[in-house]
Write a protein that binds this ligand. Structure first.
Ligand SMILES: [Zn+2]
Ligand SMILES: [Zn+2]
Length: 362
């Protein structure tokens, strides 16, 4: 007698995917079933999927515990494989069209979505990061059609995968949460993929001074390559002193927290009177931040958070920047991996050896 799990198939249409079996266990590349799209889903043939710190958090059960058999991966680029049932096809996509896929899989219809705050959707799903929605470390992935965004045919798709996480979050954080204005100064804490994308977009949005801060010395040259005016090795130097010195003791207008586990100790100290601090990304449940409330009040500081972005509002603008040759997403990609080497990609990411690791699925 042959017993098949719901995910796995014994014959026909076998497709490869990286499969999760529990925290601290390696992903295994297995044959999985052809995805069964829900009404309104598009099936995308994945070309590349970025590896992100949020995946590491998710696979350590720092968010909602994942089921065994879950497929991780949430930074996807690829081509339209087929439209699922009842698609309205808002972007008029055809089979084979190049696309990027948002991990903010909003419903598109609730009050928050209608207000343009799709990242706050009441029915938000995060393919790859939360249970029930398989992610993009697979040959095929099914996702809601309105978060599948067209991408130019003329630009390589491999690097485009990182647009839908690191760049999308950095874009929303600078534009809509941090309200960066041309000529302002900023400091970026954490120079991994998210921090580097923030620095790069900061230059495009006209920041006058950008300081990159990290505790890993090897990341600092990357920050300079994408536009940081100067960098601080926080394992050896005091970032508060260096940044205040560079701004004549005034402080920067904006501090961006791009560390996987931000503590805010430095970022709240380096902003000017009336300055703004933005915490970006996803962090382990239960993380706490120490704050000097008196200093916060005395100097009228602003502290805000940025979870992702609104795919329909923000991703087409990012794609336009790439199409206009103003933004090269490949500049934060350190290394490409095969699907079989997916565990190596996450190990390198965890050890800080890469800014962004991208897994090429085909
Ligand atoms: Zn991510
Ligand atoms: Zn919604």
């Amino acid at each position: 007698m042959l017993i098949l799990s719901s995910l796995h198939v014994g014959w026909g249409n076998a497709l490869k995917a990286a499969v999760f079996h529990g925290p601290n266990k390696p992903l295994t590349v297995e044959d999985v079933a052809d995805p069964d799209p829900e009404p309104g889903d598009i099936v995308v043939r994945v070309q590349a999927c970025g590896a992100c710190h949020s995946d590491l958090h998710a696979m350590m059960d720092h968010f909602v515990p994942l089921d065994e058999g879950h497929i991780p991966g949430h930074e996807v680029s690829g081509r339209v494989e087929r439209l699922g049932p009842h698609c309205k096809n808002p972007y008029d996509l055809r089979e084979g069209d190049p696309v990027i896929v948002s991990w903010i899989a909003s419903c598109g219809a609730c009050a928050e979505c209608r207000r343009g705050e799709e990242n706050l959707c009441r029915y938000l799903e995060m393919p790859g990061l939360t249970p029930g929605r398989p992610g993009g470390l697979a040959e095929l992935v099914a996702v809601p059609e309105h978060v599948v965004i067209p991408f130019p045919e003329t630009i390589p798709l491999e690097d485009a995968s990182v647009l839908s996480c690191a760049y999308g979050t950095a874009f929303n954080a600078l534009r809509n949460r941090g309200h960066l204005r041309g000529g302002e100064s900023m400091a970026v804490f954490g120079c991994g993929g998210l921090g580097l994308a923030t620095i790069q977009l900061g230059t495009i949005f006209g920041a006058s001074l950008i300081v990159g801060v990290d505790i890993l010395e090897e990341k600092l040259p990357w920050a300079q390559e994408v536009g940081a005016n100067f960098v601080v090795d926080a394992s050896r130097e005091d970032p508060i002193g260096r940044i205040l010195e560079a701004t004549h003791q005034r402080g920067v207008d904006l501090a961006m927290e791009a560390q996987p586990e931000p503590d805010l100790v430095s970022s709240l100290e380096v902003v000017r009177r009336g300055g703004r601090v933005v915490i970006m990304g996803l962090h382990p449940m239960g993380s706490k931040i120490p704050m000097d409330i008196m200093g916060f009040s005395l100097y009228n500081l602003s502290l805000t958070a940025c979870l992702g972005y609104s795919p329909r509002r923000d991703l087409p603008q990012l794609v336009n920047l790439v199409a206009a040759n103003r933004l090269d997403p490949g500049s934060i990609v350190s290394r490409y991996y095969t699907l079989e080497a997916v565990n190596e990609a996450y190990a390198d990411l965890e050890r800080g050896r890469v800014a962004r690791a991208v897994v090429k699925i085909r």
